[in-house]
Write a protein that binds this ligand. Structure first.
Ligand code: PRT
Ligand code: MG
Length: 214
């Protein structure tokens, strides 16, 4: 049996077509089912439904053989015990620094000001600002980062941006790109060795599906 860890929402939605191209269909819809373990049309493959930020943990400890997680989540996790064979090119967005319209970020950086930055992506933000030599106090939030500058909690945020609609709706503007983000297939390193015969065809099928989507 092969276990694949996925989060519901955009990761499941955008993975389902790839799975289908690999001949695997979920037997229930995780958006409507309350089940956390879902069988598939392939008797040897099951899905487990986890929080997006928990996916690497399930795979690291071998509770799942494979998983699908955003690059953002993998950078925060650190990637220990994980093999990352494939960029699936799904759930794409960009990790950005954003600030209120009218806040001169470039000038603040140039002047060496100490910035308060709210984010869920503390590790990635620390590395980014550290490499640039920007002084920051990082404030860890678990969501709705866009609110922080509006109520004086932070000068700027680090968040994911896809359409930009959320930033616009809150009078924020992206001032710097940190990195492009997409979802990656991850594999437990020990499982890859022990179950290579079962896992390799799945990796090949994902790879073929990604290529055919160009
Ligand atoms: O929601 P939950 O707290 O359970 O976890 P999560 O937010 O980590 O999960 P989910 O399902 O929302 O996101 C899963 C993965 O999708 C992330 O880890 C990213 O790799 C990827 N992804 C792609 C995104 C986005 N695009 C995205 N736009 N994740 C989040 N967003 C959010 C962003 O944080 C911001 O609040 O959408 C908002 C901005 O969107 P736009 O279109 O208004 O710019
Ligand atoms: Mg979310």
């Amino acid at each position: 049996m092969i276990t694949l860890a996925l989060s519901k929402g955009r990761i499941f939605d955008e993975t389902a077509p790839l799975l289908e191209q690999a001949g695997i269909r979920a037997l229930e819809n995780p958006e409507t089912s309350r089940k956390l373990i879902i069988g598939t049309s392939d008797n040897e493959v099951r899905l487990i439904i986890v929080r997006a930020s928990d996916t690497p943990t399930y795979v690291q400890y071998g509770a799942a053989d494979l998983g699908i997680a955003g690059k953002d989540v993998l950078l925060e996790h650190g990637g220990e015990g994980l093999y990352q064979p494939l960029d699936l090119h799904i759930a794409a967005c960009r990790m950005m620094v954003a600030a209120p319209q009218g806040f001169d970020y470039a000038r603040a950086v140039q002047q060496g000001a100490r910035l308060r930055v709210a984010t869920k992506y503390v590790q990635t933000a620390r590395e980014h600002f550290g490499a640039k030599g920007v002084h920051v106090d990082l404030i860890r939030l678990y969501g709705s980062m866009e609110l922080a500058p509006l109520v004086g909690l932070a000068d700027a945020i680090v968040d994911l941006v896809s359409t930009g609609a959320t930033l616009r709706a809150n009078n924020l503007v992206a001032v710097e790109e940190i990195l492009p983000v997409s979802a990656r297939l991850i594999v437990n390193q020990a499982a890859l060795k022990l179950k290579r015969g079962a896992i390799q065809p799945l990796l090949d099928a994902f790879s073929k599906a990604v290529d055919s989507n160009g």
